[in-house]
Design a protein around this ligand. Structure first.
Ligand SMILES: [Zn+2]
Length: 272
């Protein structure tokens, strides 16, 4: 039995007991077609799902990734209420024992169903500064502040931005942030990252030169679907990311991308 303590500083604190066996920490960028879904597993029984992709495709990824006999996902974070990020979460909540759900704002339409489902759990509104302790690291919310949440016009630019550190390695998840939110983030401590989940599926309106320069990623993971109608990722954006020195890995070409983390480094494996 391992005791994994989770505390969201300033909001709530709770702890859980888990029977999961000790294994290595991983971050998986699931191939969910056109959308985002990533699972952080600290290797000590705590899993955190950041977005759920457009549909049930996320269940395939979770089925392979979750440790045997572990049906509990301690925390689900929804970056913003667009279908390609929340669509699969309704199924996740129905099939897994989900602890806490973090959302950034109220929405309408089908998104409300998720909110209703999530209300039977512990649903919280995200706020910059929230921090969750996991084995070997932290999960920290950088954006949005309450003021920014009220003022957004483009839901993409109110995306929850999550920074994950595990064994001294860093991952940045900027949701579908576009230029305006990227600009807000510039100068923020902790923006520098080893692995960047490329914002907004590698769109033309994201990954500005300034943002790439400040995040200075070694690895750039693009989550997008083959032949999607948006043209994601934009070829110029991919070129810009590559020219900055980061290695671009794409779920549309390589399938689910798994980063395995240890104190000596990060190793990547892909489905294809
Ligand atoms: Zn999206």
């Amino acid at each position: 039995m391992f005791k994994a303590a989770i505390a969201i500083v300033g909001v709530l604190a709770f702890s859980i007991w888990t029977t999961a066996s000790d294994s290595r920490a991983t971050v998986r960028f699931f191939d969910v077609g056109q959308g985002d879904a990533a699972l952080v597993d600290d290797g000590h029984g705590t899993q955190i799902l950041i977005d759920g992709g457009p549909d049930r495709a996320v269940l395939r990824g979770l089925g392979k990734a979750m440790p045997r006999f572990d049906r509990r996902i301690e925390l689900v974070i929804l970056s913003h209420p667009h279908l390609d990020h929340y669509g699969g979460l309704v199924d996740v909540i129905a099939r897994y024992d989900v602890g806490t759900v973090l959302v950034n704002q109220a929405g309408d339409g089908p998104y409300e169903r998720l909110v209703v489902e999530a209300d039977s759990h512990s649903r919280l509104v995200t706020a910059a500064g929230q921090r969750v302790g996991i084995h070997g690291g932290t999960v920290e919310i950088l954006e949005p502040t309450a003021r920014q949440r009220r003022r957004y016009e483009n839901a993409n630019d109110a995306s929850v931005v999550v920074r994950v550190t595990l064994h001294g390695r860093s991952f940045l998840f900027p949701g579908d942030a576009e230029e305006a939110e990227e600009r807000r983030l510039l100068g923020r401590p902790g923006l520098d990252t080893e692995v960047l989940k490329v914002p907004h599926h590698g769109s033309r309106t994201s990954s500005t030169d300034e943002f790439i320069k400040e995040t200075s990623p070694t690895w750039c993971i693009v989550s997008s679907g083959t032949g999607n109608t948006y043209g994601h990722p934009n070829p110029d954006t991919v070129r810009r990311l590559g020219a900055s020195g980061c290695r671009v890995v794409r779920t549309d070409r390589h399938g689910t991308v798994t980063a395995t983390i240890s104190s000596s480094g990060i190793s990547f494996s892909t489905e294809r």
